[in-house]
Structures are given as C-alpha cells and as structure tokens.
Design a protein around this ligand. Sequence first.
Ligand SMILES: Cc1cc2nc3c(=O)[nH]c(=O)nc-3n(C[C@H](O)[C@H](O)[C@H](O)COP(=O)(O)OP(=O)(O)OC[C@H]3O[C@@H](n4cnc5c(N)ncnc54)[C@H](O)[C@@H]3O)c2cc1C
Length: 351
Amino acid sequence: MAMVDVEIEGGGIFGLSVAFACARRGAHVRLHERRRIGAGASGGVVGALAPHAPDAWNEKKQFQLESLAMAPAFWAQVAELSGLDPGYARLGRLMPLATERAVALARGRIAEAERNWRGIARWSVVDTAAPWKLDSPTGYHVSETLSARLHPRAALKALAAAARALGAEIEEGATRPVGRGRAVVEATGWEGLVALGQETGVEVGSGVKGQAALLRADFRRRPQLFVDGLHIVPHADGTTAIGSTSERSFAHPDATDAALDELLERARRICPELASVPVIGRWAGVRPRAATRAPLLGPHPRENGRFIANGGFKIGFGVAPLVGEVMADLVLEGRAERIPDAFRTERLFAG
Ligand SMILES: Cc1cc2nc3c(=O)[nH]c(=O)nc-3n(C[C@H](O)[C@H](O)[C@H](O)COP(=O)(O)OP(=O)(O)OC[C@H]3O[C@@H](n4cnc5c(N)ncnc54)[C@H](O)[C@@H]3O)c2cc1C
C-alpha cells in the first residue's frame, strides 16, 4: 500500500476535521476509525456551538472565538463538497437571568463582548424571550448572536463525505494497523487520553460521561437556550435536543438512565412548550477531558512523527474548524505558532 502523508486514528469531529484540513491542502490522507464514524462523543444529538462568557479573556476563549467565526464558511464548504446538510445555522442564544446580581453581571459583560468579540457578535440584555415562552424571575435575558447549532450526526456524515470528496480515504471497523503515514495523528477521544496517560505515566486526562435527549419539537428558526446549565437546541430537521448530564464516574459509557429523566423533567419545567412533545431519542457518550481542561494539541511526547488532537471536552464541535487548521499547520508544515500555549502537549509533558 502506498505511503500516505497523514494517517489519522479516530473518526470523531477532531479526526475528521484534521483529515479535512489536510486533504484541503492537497495531502494524501487516510483515516482509521476502529468502530464507525461517530461511535464516540461526536455521534450525539446536542450540537451547541456556544461561546464562553466574553469577560476574563484568555487564549482559549480567543481560539474558540476564531473557530466559531470560521464556522459559517467551513460548514458551507462541507455542505457544498458533500451534498449533505450538516444542519448548521447561527441563530444565537438566549439565557434567562434569575437574579438581579445576574442581570448586573450580564450588563457588565456588554462592554467586554464589544471589546473581545470585536464586532463578530453582540451580547445584550433584553426583556423578552420571544418567540420562546420562558419565565425569567427578573424579566431579563441575555441575548447573544455568536452561538450556532449543527446536528452532530449529520455534520459528521457531511464532513466525512467532504473529506472523501477531496481524496481522503476513510476506513471503518477493524482495519489495517496504522503506521504507513509520514505523520500519524491520534484523535482517539477519551480512550486515547486514558491510554496516553498509561503509556506515559502522566495524568493526561479522562472521560466525562454525558446524557442527552432528542424531542420531536419543531422550533428550527428559534435561538437555542441555555438555562441553569442546560442546553435546549432546536435543529433544522424539526427536532430539539436537551443536554446534558456531566458524570465523572460511570460504569456504562453508552447507557442512559434516571439522570436523563431528571434532566428532561428540568427542561420541561424551564420550558413548558416541551412538556407534551414526544422523546424520540436518548443518547449517552463520553467527552474527552484533558487534565488541563483545554484542548490537547501537538506532538506525541514519546514518538517522532506522531501527534495528538484531543481534549475537545464540552466544546469540541465549536473549536473543530480551527483545530483542523492548526493541526494541518503542524503536521504538514511543522508550524505550531497558531496553537495556544495552554493547548500544547509539550506543556503537559514538560518536566
Ligand atoms: C452528551 C454530550 C453533549 C455534548 N454537547 C456538545 C455540544 O453541544 N457542543 C460541543 O461543541 N460539544 C459537545 N460535546 C462534546 C463533543 O461531543 C466532544 O468534544 C467531541 O465529540 C470530541 O471529539 P473527538 O473526535 O475528540 O472524540 P470522539 O468523538 O470520541 O472520537 C474518537 C474516536 O476515536 C475512535 N478510536 C478510539 N481509539 C481508536 C484507535 N486506537 N484507532 C482508531 N480509532 C479509535 C473512537 O471509536 C471514536 O470514534 C458533547 C459531548 C457529550 C457526551
């Protein structure tokens, strides 16, 4: 078999984004997914591309902002090359404000958003949640225009097809062992973090389980909601996702349970319009959480020619377009200047 330029392990959003970025630059790419595309955390239903708060600015927030700003063109190109709809739309987000203190904090963030979001999006405090029928104890809500949504499963399918359209080879199931690439990128999700920790004896990261549900509720033109840690995300196909639990210890990575029932009850209390709509899907997955709580990008600590793209944790889909680009810089051109210091593998393995 011919030597390829880049071999990628893992067919989640990180592996596929790296494959796409490298193929777009003309590299010969082969991706190996040991189960099937979307078998890991990326195969879920939520798909909120939502920013962190605009204050206390840092390089992680800056990276996320740049990636969210890239998203419309990125997903439009994916749709065009694949002929498939990733379900992307930038419709913003509403967040009810429960206390006067929260209102004051949110108002303080208006100027921070102007400064740090640099005109890319607006953060404001509004006195209506229309068209949603939502209670806010204060009568006020944050409205921000940076958040977008996509449908994770549809987006993965489209991204894989787009990468293939650019010549990338994608293999699913038990396939040939890797090792015929000039460069190998491990994008193997939480299992990869655990394995890397065992291999190196360094506390690299672990998995945090999440459960989410999909409802038959057609709010496709509405902004998503973020209330009390809960995402309510309307999709283009007439469904609405509710997510997610956050579980540091778990026995069954793929199983849903009473914690999801409790989440659904909370969502219905918050948003009475969801009270009588049917649940059409229940899903659980495990997020890759690096010990740094930031994405983990860079060279493998032990092996030349091997690289790591992992640690997407709760924002993997939002940062993926730029993760693909900076990994392509590194793997194809040996350039790391666009990888924030806080994300670099060298930082974790120094000392
Ligand atoms: C309930 C829940 C809700 C979420 N909601 C959001 C959200 O709204 N917005 C957002 O941005 N993010 C969200 N996330 C986080 C997001 O899903 C993750 O950050 C992202 O999917 C991580 O992508 P990944 O490609 O690194 O990992 P994964 O998607 O887990 O992919 C890793 C892949 O590697 C494969 N693999 C493992 N070992 C090997 C090997 N040795 N060889 C080949 N293949 C291998 C696995 O089978 C898997 O398919 C959510 C996660 C969960 C669980």
